[in-house]
Write a new protein. Structure first.
Length: 321
């Protein structure tokens, strides 16, 4: 099956008269960091937040996106020649140009890029297709108390598709988890949680104004959703991405830990996730400027001092999850 056949087997326009589809940008097997045991991670596209440190910027848009890996390009020009929309070109200075408003994600450039420099992130999949992938490792889930985790982006942006995937996973006896920023209506969140065994969620900043400056949205709804999830009796793992100069103050970590402590026994752990720069090249591949360019990771001693602050209020605090 060609890339175009894989990509367009199930189009968004088919939703009214065929199986429900979602936009998936990756499926990762044998994960051990995103829930109990060995897990399969299903990454859904689309996110309401735009965090400055995002390690998966290809997940922000709900639509498929063209990515170019410049270091693999051999300059053959085949992609330019084959593009039916004339969306690709090289300017007078030799810079490669992608006119994204023209790109229809037809896949011609990907099919004819022999060096593998061009790729499209995001493909349409049915619930059954996702489950076929997830089922491949059922043996490992059963022997390790693992399961399936739906991540993003923000998976609740595709709530209808997500709920069907979660429902089907539970029907097949699989443990279910979601990785979520919790930025959605509680009505939607509640429907998702009805089919979710474990919630992994971030608290990026306790000050709403600072949260908006860092992510593009305030945090009130996020905190309400997390608190309501605890009230529903859902198991929670709260994560704090510790970003230099953004949310790494003692005051913020202390405020976060106090909030987490208020959630009671629903919280399994508070995980401090140290900043890293592994996602920075993806911003370039999408022709975007990385907002935190040049920012170095925090010293380990500082990270562990933040763990000590949080441990005054929360029984189980980890570094790295």
């Amino acid at each position: 099956m060609t890339w175009k056949e894989r990509q367009h087997s199930f189009r968004l326009s088919d939703k009214d008269n065929a199986a429900l589809t979602g936009t998936v940008f990756d499926i990762q097997r044998f994960s051990v960091h995103d829930g109990n045991g060995i897990r399969t991670l299903v990454f859904l596209k689309g996110c309401p937040l735009h965090c400055k440190w995002c390690q998966n910027p290809e997940s922000m848009s709900p639509k498929p996106e063209l990515m170019r890996l410049p270091h693999l390009c051999i300059g053959c020009g085949k992609c330019i020649e084959k593009c039916p929309e004339n969306a690709l070109s090289v300017d007078a200075q030799g810079e490669f140009i992608i006119e994204r408003d023209k790109c229809t994600y037809c896949g011609e450039c990907v099919e004819h890029c022999y060096a593998g420099s061009m790729t499209i992130v995001g493909r349409f999949m049915t619930v059954d297709e996702v489950m076929d992938e997830v089922e491949r490792d059922r043996h490992f889930y059963e022997t390790s108390n693992g399961g399936v985790t739906f991540s993003g982006g923000e998976p609740t942006m595709q709530s209808e598709f997500l709920i069907e995937c979660l429902r089907e996973s539970q029907r097949r006896g699989m443990h279910t988890a979601i990785e979520t920023c919790a930025m959605t209506t509680f009505e939607t969140f509640q429907k998702v949680l009805e089919h979710t065994d474990l919630v992994l969620t971030d608290i990026k900043h306790m000050d709403s104004d600072q949260h908006k400056a860092l992510t593009g949205a305030p945090n009130e709804q996020i905190l309400i959703n997390i608190a309501n999830a605890a009230t529903m009796g859902k198991k929670l793992r709260i994560r704090v991405p510790l970003i230099p100069g953004c949310n790494d103050s003692v005051e913020n970590i202390e405020a976060t830990a106090k909030f987490v402590s208020s959630l009671g026994s629903a919280v399994e752990s508070l995980d401090i996730l140290p900043y890293h720069r592994l996602g920075e090249p993806k911003w370039e591949q999408l022709e975007r400027t990385y907002p935190l360019h040049g920012i170095e990771p925090l010293d380990k001693a500082i990270v562990h001092s933040m763990k000590d602050v949080a441990s005054k209020y929360v029984a189980h605090v980890t570094v790295g999850g």
